[in-house]
Design a protein around this ligand. Structure first.
Ligand code: ADP
Length: 378
């Protein structure tokens, strides 16, 4: 399989070295395969692209994508003497194509690397390679990361196919459930059973929808359809969605406090509602006693929507990775339903609005998730 590698470094000598490593490696590979059999089959089929500047690297990544081809692994020198910084390069590559595996090459593990981890909240996406390195390290990284790239593609297309296949029978279950409920010709016992069917079918539907959205986000296929909305109206409608779930939690006080003086903001209503519902559902899921409060604050430039609970809380060292793909905190509450996708999706949608999600939590006491959006995100 063809593996496209891109090296970005401001020293031409280093770039020449990279090219030579891979050429030598593939020549040796070819010789060895020839000795073993008459049919030559290359283990590694690397295509090495290089760029002396961040700008050049980014335009190559864009060009490849436009051509329907792509860069699989990119090695970025963090300290470049001119043009855009290594940090900007890494962030922009991630924005252009979040599937690209990125290796940050540097002589020091410095603050910039932490900044990259923090700003993208996707630690697993970036590897860090400390200079000086052995050429085999580069070859191994190129091989393993391109393999990871292809495996992710297979995973995503599998998830996407399975979830679309599940969606059709599920819609039919939900449709007929609604018809029976509306008919009113069900016994008291039947009504109870029907309620359980409805609840589970809706849960399954939202898990399947999360899987579909997550794959779309991975492929950068999300297009926001923004509208100008009143913040308080948006909050009231969203709050009501979770009322039936909250009613089942008898020891929780589920409350909404609207903004003192409502204003408008420009958002993709359906997607942002989904994010907020995810936060509220989590709060209700991980709280048994106390309250789940939704409240809002509008500052000069931002709208802050908070969901606060008095639930199990999250340990400090786990806070950094709860926003990662498929991440769930290992604890005695692990049996609660979920795929570990909700927060990752919420973060990506809020990011796409130019906002951020902040979290504060005390283990055993409760958590507070705040969606912060710029007022003029349109
Ligand atoms: P899940 O489908 O597992 O809820 P999420 O991405 O929404 O996935 O959340 C990831 C993990 O973060 C959860 O499994 C849970 O461990 C933790 N978490 C999220 N919200 C809360 C909360 N309000 N209180 C405690 N833990 C939470």
């Amino acid at each position: 399989m063809k593996r496209n590698l891109l090296f970005i470094d401001d020293e031409s000598e280093i770039l020449e070295n990279y090219k030579a490593f891979f050429q030598e490696h593939m020549d040796r590979d070819k010789r060895q395969s020839k000795e073993l059999s008459s049919q030559v089959e290359l283990i590694d089929n690397f295509f090495v692209y290089t760029s002396l500047s961040g700008e050049g690297g980014l335009s190559l990544v864009r060009k490849k994508k436009e051509e329907g081809d792509c860069i699989h692994v990119c090695f970025v020198d963090l300290k470049m003497s001119s043009g855009i910084s290594g940090y900007e390069v890494v962030k922009s590559i991630h924005d252009i194509d979040s599937k690209i595996e990125i290796v940050v090459v540097t002589a020091h593990f410095d603050k910039v690397i932490e900044k990259i981890f923090k700003s993208t909240r996707q630690r697993e996406k970036f590897l860090y390679l400390k200079k000086p390195f052995h050429r085999f390290e580069i070859i191994q990284l190129a091989r393993n990361l391109s393999e990871k790239y292809f495996n992710n593609e297979i995973r995503d297309s599998f998830i996407s196919n399975v979830s679309h296949e599940l969606k059709t029978p599920l819609s039919s279950i939900l449709g007929f459930y609604q018809l029976i409920e509306d008919s009113g010709s069900v016994s008291e016992d039947g009504k109870e059973f029907l309620k359980i069917i409805g609840k589970n079918a809706r849960l399954m539907n939202s898990l399947v929808q999360d899987l579909i959205t997550s794959v779309e986000l991975n492929k950068n296929e999300i297009v926001l359809r923004k509208d100008n909305l009143d913040v308080n109206e948006f909050l009231k409608d969203t709050y009501l969605i979770a009322v039936p779930i909250a009613k089942e939690k008898l020891n929780i006080n589920y409350q909404l406090s609207l903004c003192d003086k409502s204003e408008n903001f420009i958002i993709d209503e359906a997607r942002l509602r989904n994010c907020l519902v995810n936060l509220i559902n989590n709060a209700l899921k991980f709280t048994e006693v106390g309250h789940v409060k939704v409240f809002c604050k509008i500052t000069k430039g931002e709208v802050l929507i908070t969901v606060a609970d008095t639930g199990i809380g999250i340990e400090k060292d786990k806070l950094d990775y709860i926003f990662e793909h498929f991440s769930r905190v290992e604890n005695e509450h692990h049996e609660k339903p979920g795929l570990g996708l909700g927060l990752n999706i919420a973060k990506q949608i809020v990011d796409a609005h130019g906002g951020r999600i902040e979290v504060k939590s005390k283990f055993g006491e409760g958590s507070e998730f705040t969606i912060i959006l710029p007022k003029n995100s349109g």
